[in-house]
Design a protein around this ligand. Sequence first.
Ligand code: SAM
Length: 262
Amino acid sequence: MKKYELIADLYDFVAPYRARPDIDFYVDAAKGANGPVLEVGCGTGRVLIPTARAGVDIVGLDLSPDMLGVCRQRLESEPAAVQSRAQLVQADMREFNPSKTFKLVTIPFRPFQHLMTVADQLACLASIRRHLPDDGLLIFDLFNPSLDALVNGPLGEELELEPEFSTPDERRVVRRDKAVSRDRFNQVNQHELLYYVTYPDGREERLVQAFALRYLFRFEAEHLLARAGFEVEHLYGGFDKSAYGSKYPGELIFVARKRAPC
Ligand SMILES: C[S@@+](CC[C@H](N)C(=O)[O-])C[C@H]1O[C@@H](n2cnc3c(N)ncnc32)[C@H](O)[C@@H]1O
């Protein structure tokens, strides 16, 4: 998993990631699950660690050893009780076997959009389904595709959309976002996130995180879930549980219950 190796130690300091208003939403869902939670694509523990702090047993699964390494390091500075509630597994979300079941599986902040094909999406949902009891819940979020951005968004330009940030070891980082291409037939956007890093001794470095994101439209995702054996119970447009469609483009947040496949 090369997508995150260069920037794993910067991830937790990126301003829009720090400001992302989803943590209470996922922690509340985890507390309400009354049982262990599996977080798929847990990354550096942005959501996993607050969940373990809230008293919930949680397994975090991620493909990237670098993201998991940061998460492990962060957990080491948590109290023993928090550490004992969190377990990390390196695995691919398309095929995994943590060998137990969970009341709730979550996929916060769009890891599902790293899956490029319907076959991969169904494989992931099948793996998740195997790890849920009969009425278990799956909660995940996607970005709601903005038609305006798809049609009019600039290509090939480095856009500086957020404030500079710094790390505890005093690197200063400016991050720019470049949309490289939009494949509107396969619904895949190629992106580059460019990290311009200045070290305390003045040395400069440019890191390029290149990745593809597959977008899904609302009804497409609903059909996919039905086909994979899930029934949508709630569809939200924001982490404040506002209704889907109450803001545009907003988020596309699914709360889905395991059911018999259609
Ligand atoms: C945007 S980050 C989200 C991390 C975390 N959930 C959060 O909310 O901050 C996406 C994560 O998905 C993981 N990921 C991408 N493809 C994956 C796959 N096939 N299997 C497991 N994890 C994957 C990446 O390694 C990365 O940590």
